[in-house]
Design a protein around this ligand. Sequence first.
Ligand SMILES: [Zn+2]
Length: 353
Amino acid sequence: MMTTEISTPIIGHEQAQRLLTAAVRTQRLAHAYLFTGPDGIGKRLVATRWAMAINCEMPPQKDFGGCGRCRACAMALAGSHPDLIIIEPDGLFIKIEQIRAVQVSLGFASWSGARKIILIDRADRLNQEAANCLLKTLEEPPPASLLILLSASPNDLLPTLRSRCHLVRFFPLDEDQLTPWLIAEQSWSKEEAALVGAVAGGCIGKALAVDPSALREERDLIDQWVSDSCLARTGPDQALFRLTEGAEAAAQTPEQFERTLRWLLLWLQDVVRLIVSTNPAGALPRFPSAQRAARQLPISACSQLAVQLHWTWRASFRNINRHLLLEQWLIALREACLGAPRRSQLQEPTAPL
Ligand SMILES: [Zn+2]
């Protein structure tokens, strides 16, 4: 565990912090917890700080986390507390040997006389053998032990494992929480922070992994492409050529396709925000072309386009031609923007195109 990880301030997750603080203060801890929420949202940070609070030598603190000053907290902050064991995938999976080592360790008394805490990060990566082995520990948990499983895909865990854990859900941060923090801590501009926060889906870990200037360049390319393909009234042949060319490039790989759909969804959100804003001049769009689209698109078309974008995403899982799916959506957007009679009505695809 990196020292910086545990000492990083926790942003958001107030509900989880309240629940976990109350469990420490009232000494009503379950034997096993399952923290769920998207990757990069802060589950591991909250778990390590909670572990620090549980084994803190001072009386339970009012705020989340330990006192930060006692011997146990100092070791936790240094990432060397002997009663906190962190397990994560070794390669692709968490293997049975790792869980057996945990079981051996749980057989020994804790260093401090407090709890032995086992944190299993990406618990959905337990392979079958390891999961069955861990199940035995959960069925008969050793006294003074605590297991914290973290997972972004809890449905991939054995149901019998899931049902033995107390569930704590983590939700993406609101834009109002994340954007000011990114501006203050990363010295990013409001525009960069808003863009990064939106692309990171409210997950602080994902936001910190983003290079804002590279993201801005990608945003500019998408913005120019949508503007040339769907908003330009002149040169329809050229616009359709740009539309097809861009859709083809975006459909090259499933990852690129999904990323493009996410960008288009953000673009559409911008348009809707501008349309419904009581102060459009004060609303800061993440895409310059959204201003123009907001003047052209009726709000009813926006909701229909949002639904169609979702269908496009879902249909892509069924081996339907991604290029054609995206092209269809963009043509629908172009027609809605230019107010032309609808030549094609998108339906939820039911068969390969
Ligand atoms: Zn302490």
